[in-house]
Ligand binder design. Structure first.
Ligand code: ZN
Length: 321
C-alpha cells in the first residue's frame, strides 16, 4: 500500500462513531450508598449513544440514556433519570472516560442506583476501555461547535462560561477554605493522550468535616480513603498523599469533561469556570442548549480526530460502511 492510501484511510476512519470491541465488567462500592455494585459494559449500535440500564429494576422502564435532558437534581454527583423517575447516580467519571477515549455508543448495565466509584478517578475505566479495544461504526460522529458566549452564575461567587474555540479547552479556578486544597488553577487543552496521562488519575476529594456531615445525612456511606482524597485542617489524610500536586483542580477537569459529554457530542469550545461544580456545569449546558443561536451541530469533520487524538489509540478495527 502506498503512503497516500494509508493516509486516506486514516483520515476517513478518524471521524466515524465508535463503540467498544469487547464487553467488560467493573465492580466496586457506590460512594453514596456504600453498596457493592457490578457494571457490565457492552458494545452498542451506532447512533444509540451512551445508555445506562438498571438491572435491579423490574416492571418499570430501566433504560436511562445519558443526555442533558435527563439530568436530575442530586447532591454532589451527576444524576440522570428517565420519564418514570428511574435514575442512576455518579455517572460523571464513566462519561468522562467514554468521551476521552472516543466512545460514542455503549450500553452500561448496573445492578444498583449508582456507578461504582473504584479509586475515585477515571483511571480504572480508561484502562478497561483501552484493554477492550474499539470498533469503528459506519456513521459519522456529530460534534457541537460553540458560536457565542453563554454564561451562568452559581453560589458564593461561582461562575461559568463557554466561548468559541477550535478545540476543547477547560480553564478552571478553585478556591477552598481548607489550605490543604486552597486555590488551584488550570488551563487545560484536551487530547486523549494528555487526558490519560494528566487527568484520568485525579481522584475525587472532600473535606473530613463534609464527609462527617454527609454520613450524618445518610450520604457518602461508601466514602473512604480508598476512593477519595480526604483533607482536614491543611493536611491530606491519605497515607500516600496526592498523586499530583494539583490533583484537586485536575479532578474538576475530569468532572467537567464527563458533564459536557451529556450533550452526547464532542464540543468545540472553551469552558472557563470559577468554583466549578456539577450543578453549575449542567446549568450552563441547559442554558446553552436552550439558545439555538449559540451553537451549531456538525458532522463530517476531521477536526474531531484532532481534539480526541484518536490516532494514538490501539486496537481500532473498522467496519466497512
Ligand atoms: Zn468527580
Amino acid at each position: 500500500m502506498c503512503l497516500g492510501n494509508f493516509l486516506f484511510i486514516g483520515i476517513v476512519l478518524n471521524y466515524l462513531q465508535k463503540t467498544i470491541m469487547n464487553p467488560f465488567y467493573l465492580s466496586g462500592i457506590g460512594i453514596h450508598t456504600g453498596r457493592a455494585l457490578l457494571a457490565r459494559i457492552e458494545p452498542a449500535e451506532a447512533n444509540t449513544g451512551i445508555c445506562f440500564w438498571r438491572e435491579d429494576v423490574q416492571g418499570q422502564d430501566n433504560k436511562i440514556p445519558a443526555h442533558i435532558s435527563n439530568t436530575a437534581n442530586s447532591m454532589l454527583c451527576t444524576r440522570i433519570e428517565n420519564n418514570e423517575g428511574i435514575g442512576i447516580n455518579t455517572i460523571e467519571h464513566f462519561m468522562s472516560a467514554f468521551f476521552a477515549v472516543g466512545i460514542d455508543n455503549v450500553n452500561i448495565y448496573v445492578d444498583g442506583p449508582e456507578m461504582p466509584i473504584m479509586d475515585g478517578s477515571a483511571a480504572p475505566i480508561v484502562e478497561a476501555l483501552l484493554k477492550s479495544g474499539q470498533r469503528q461504526q459506519k456513521y459519522p460522529t456529530r460534534y457541537l461547535q460553540i458560536l457565542k458566549e453563554i454564561s451562568v452564575t452559581g453560589e458564593n461567587g461561582a461562575w461559568a462560561r463557554i466561548i468559541p474555540s477550535t478545540s476543547l479547552e477547560i480553564c478552571l479556578d478553585i478556591d477552598f477554605p481548607d489550605p490543604g486544597i486552597g486555590k488551584q488553577k488550570i488551563d487545560y487543552s484536551f487530547s486523549t493522550s494528555s487526558y490519560i496521562d494528566e487527568i484520568s488519575g485525579a481522584r475525587t476529594f472532600c473535606m473530613l468535616r463534609d464527609v462527617q456531615n454527609m454520613k450524618h445525612a445518610g450520604l457518602a456511606k461508601g466514602g473512604t480513603l480508598e476512593n477519595a482524597v480526604v483533607v482536614d485542617g491543611g493536611k491530606i489524610l491519605n497515607d500516600d498523599g496526592l498523586r499530583m500536586q494539583d490533583e484537586f483542580v485536575r479532578h474538576k477537569v475530569l468532572d467537567c469533561i464527563g458533564d459536557l459529554f451529556l450533550t452526547c457530542m464532542p464540543i468545540f469550545g472553551k469552558l472557563e469556570a470559577f468554583k466549578p461544580g456539577h450543578a453549575m456545569t449542567l446549568n450552563l449546558l441547559h442554558t446553552l442548549m436552550a439558545d439555538k443561536s449559540s451553537y451549531v451541530i456538525k458532522t463530517n469533520s476531521k477536526d474531531i480526530s484532532t481534539i480526541r487524538g484518536f490516532a494514538n489509540l490501539p486496537n481500532v478495527a473498522a467496519i466497512p460502511a
